[in-house]
Design a protein around this ligand. Sequence first.
Ligand code: S3P
Length: 191
Amino acid sequence: MSLGPGGVTISPAMSANVILVGFMGAGKSSVGRILARRLGRCLVETDDMIAAKEGISIPEIFARRGEAHFRAAEEEVLALLALKNDEVIATGGGLPCRDGRPAALRRLGTVVWLSGDFDVLYARALKAGERPMLAGRTREDVRALYQSRVPFYAQADLAVDTTTLTPEQAAAEIQRAMGVRGRQTAPGATR
Ligand code: S3P
């Protein structure tokens, strides 16, 4: 990565899918929804793919089948992502954090790290929904998890610091940094 305009870090490899990675609370789902709308693309969420395949929610998968089962399901989903083209893909916070995963994601398109100050991400993550990786962990445990993951997230093509951004602003920043326009409509076409 190298430093681009506005403090955004960017690499030359920009293509196809836009893949959002980052820690819990970074706003991958909400930014992904807005970005998909702005670009005229679909949003694919890896957690939704896993929940659909397993037939139960993510917290239920952790509770009934365990984390190892969930991580294996993430591996399968990663393979299925090869079928996706021109989508916005929001990944679960732990999906990129295994050896080889950042490179596998970069083969699918442009990987964007929604980064942020740990305390801000943690506060957001606590507020929104049930998160199995927060259950039974202290703030310091979660901070250590975050720190262990940063080297994986940092292999993204582009990093956008969301600490002080709304999801709208983060989506706009990604679009600006990538220089992508919304899907164009051909003259006379209806859509
Ligand atoms: C996880 C994050 C969750 C979900 C699962 C595991 C993690 O997604 O994939 O609970 O290991 O950080 P979000 O990052 O969307 O919360």
